[in-house]
Design a binder for this molecule. Structure first.
Ligand code: AGP
Length: 609
């Protein structure tokens, strides 16, 4: 979704802003622009399309100055055109504004402005904010921003400059992320920390409704009543290189190659020395709290939701507790049966997904204890949840989530064991045996990744198929859903994931001569059933790839092609089974010439509803 960058210091602002925008490209965008305090006032440069175009235009105009704000826009209100791109200004170009989020009452404000003879030139919801700022301007950026926010409904991160104040950028946020990066005689603003990692590791995280006045040597933060507040700085240990491709063709490939390390980093510090207990430091979810819980409700979006589906099976099986899973976008609108005896678990890579954040708030309003499984330190979800378990996946840049999903599954296994222990479902020896197998996972993932050329050959063969089906039962069905989502989002091949036993109730009508079906067969108790399902689709002409463990020989007898995963207990195999599916999606996208890291229409961090 939209990205904001701001800089105030001694250096050439345009280069820092453009660099920051490039780092935010992964969020998804379709136009970009910058505003710089130049000798002649506020200079605005905007372009539809890629940042490279904006960069050429900035170079051509020789835009020069040491203070500026910039933006990548992911179109919501109005097409991705130059005129709709941010920054937006008032009619006299005295105010420049960039915005991430949605101003819900923009039409009312537009009407009011029009009554005063003020016309908007763009179709956006943002432009009204610039005109409103000019109307409310009282000579001070902070009090003007405050006056603006009392008029706005919706979600926003805003950065604003005024032509008469060359020493200030003012920012605020509500339900949309914004961080302030601290430097020596210079400061920064961005939608997320990855944009600023090459410049600083010290950040102040703005809370909802706070307003910050940012100068070269000062950051003043005010609450919603304009009282000064002191906000601690946070040190971020992610390094800049973690957000670079590191010699790989795409972020997605680099991130998949990091999966063994990600699992290791996520599980190792949480296993005790004698390797018979899970230690989740600082977690409020203890024996007493759990005793008062009679249901777990998991809510998330997309890939994180798929991780939640795996969690349901594991928590019920290892923890002996009923679990419901719901899309976050549905959860908040359906009066879920949630109360003080419910543990709500939200899962999110970015920690900023608007639907997930709203579900978290709804769960808290209903009195539930909320535990977040999050990758991004200091994100809104991490800050608002009662408890947090971080996935140590590092920055994930490719829009298609891969290593973050693997890290989520790793945390879910640890949490399942933790719950199983607290509820006396698992004893020490069961925990020891389980953790011993979990610790073997990184090496097994590495083995699959080493053989990625096998998956590449398969992808080259099927990349031009019209439809691809993924089938499985139990955990395998959950993994099928994730494999299908991955394929759709980056290769644009139509794909469906089906619980294999459901095929015969309708979907099997779509199977015809040559249809490619990937059949996941990793669950011991389900192998015979899966063999029958493979036979059913083969009888209708399907070409079947069996994905199975070495110990299940019967699969290769019926499938046309077989991919073997290292032998692993049924509960743990999902972490392995998804890896070839991620690789398959990647190589299909590559073969079809798709923009792997930045697929069409998608944003990395979905900060609007
Ligand atoms: C993953 O490949 C997708 N791009 C998407 O489904 C994503 O998982 C979803 O938007 C949730 O994001 P989050 O984990 O940052 O909350």
């Amino acid at each position: 979704m939209c990205g904001i960058v701001g800089y105030i210091g001694q250096k050439d602002a345009s280069q820092i802003l453009l660099d920051g925008l490039r780092k935010l490209e992964y969020r998804g965008y379709d136009s970009a622009g910058i505003a710089i305090h130049s000798a002649d006032g506020l200079e605005i440069v905007k372009e539809a399309g890629r940042i490279a175009r904006l960069s050429e235009e900035v170079a051509r105009k020789a835009t020069n100055g040491s203070v500026g704000i910039a933006h990548t826009r992911w179109a919501t209100h109005g097409a991705p055109t130059k005129i709709n791109a941010h920054p937006h200004t008032d009619a006299h170009q005295t105010i420049a504004i960039v915005h991430n989020g949605i101003i819900e009452n923009y039409l009312d404000i537009k009407k009011e402005l029009s009554g005063k003879g003020i016309t908007c030139v763009s179709e956006t919801d943002t432009e009204v904010v610039a005109h409103l700022a000019a109307l409310l301007w009282d000579g001070d950026l902070v009090t003007t921003m405050h006056a603006i926010t009392t008029r706005l409904r919706g979600s926003y991160a805003l950065a604003m400059m005024h032509a008469s104040d060359r020493n200030t950028i003012v920012v605020t946020r509500k339900d949309s992320p914004l961080v302030i990066g601290e430097g020596e005689s210079e400061n920064y603003v961005a939608s997320d920390i990855t944009a600023l990692l090459s410049y600083t590791r010290e950040f102040k995280l703005l809370e909802d409704n706070q307003i910050a006045r940012i100068g070269r040597n000062s950051i003043e933060i005010f609450d919603a009543s304009l009282h000064p507040v002191s906000v601690e700085s946070m040190h971020v240990s992610w390094d800049a290189l973690a957000a670079e491709k590191g010699g790989h063709a795409h972020f997605m490939l680099k991130e998949m190659m990091e999966e063994p390390k990600v699992v290791r980093d996520t599980i190792r510090p949480r296993i005790n020395e004698s390797k018979d207990a899970v230690v989740l430091e600082g977690l409020g979810l203890d024996k007493e709290l759990l005793a008062g819980i009679d249901k777990i409700f998991i809510t998330a979006c997309g890939t994180a939701y798929h991780a939640g589906m795996v969690a349901k099976y594991l928590f019920e099986h290892l923890g002996g507790i009923p679990v419901e899973v719901e899309f976050a976008s549905e959860f908040r609108y359906r009066n879920p049966l949630v109360g003080s005896r419910t543990l709500v678990i939200v899962i999110s890579q970015s920690g900023e997904t608007a639907d997930t954040l709203a579900a978290l708030r709804e769960a808290k309003r209903l009195g539930a204890h909320v535990l977040a499984i999050v990758n991004t330190v200091g994100s809104s979800i991490a800050r608002e949840a009662d408890d947090v378990i971080y996935t140590w996946a590092g920055p994930e840049i490719a829009v298609a989530s891969t290593k973050a999903y693997i890290a989520q599954l790793s945390v879910i296994h640890l949490l399942a064991v933790h719950i199983g222990t607290l509820r006396n479902v698992m004893d020490r020896s069961a925990v020891r045996a389980y953790l011993a197998e979990l610790e073997k996972i990184p090496e097994k993932i590495a083995t699959i990744l080493e053989q990625r050329h096998v998956v590449q050959q398969l992808a080259e063969r099927f990349a031009h198929a019209g439809d691809i089906f993924f089938i499985g039962r139990g955990f395998d069905y959950n993994i099928a859903l994730e494999g299908s989502l991955k394929l759709k989002e980056i290769s644009y091949i139509h794909s469906e994931a089906y619980a294999a036993g459901e095929l015969k109730h309708g979907t099997i009508a779509l199977i015809e001569e040559g249809t490619f079906v990937a059949a996941l067969c990793t669950q011991g108790t389900m192998i015979d059933k899966m063999v029958s399902n493979i036979k059913e689709v083969k009888a209708r002409g399907a070409q079947v790839l069996g994905i199975t463990c070495e110990r299940f020989g019967s699969v290769s007898e019926v499938a046309d092609m077989t991919l073997y995963l290292p032998d692993t207990p049924d509960n743990l195999v999902p972490i392995l089974a998804v890896v070839p599916l991620q690789l398959f999606a990647y190589y299909c996208a590559l073969e079809r010439g798709c923009d792997v890291d930045k697929p069409r229409n998608l944003a990395k961090s979905v900060t609007v509803e």
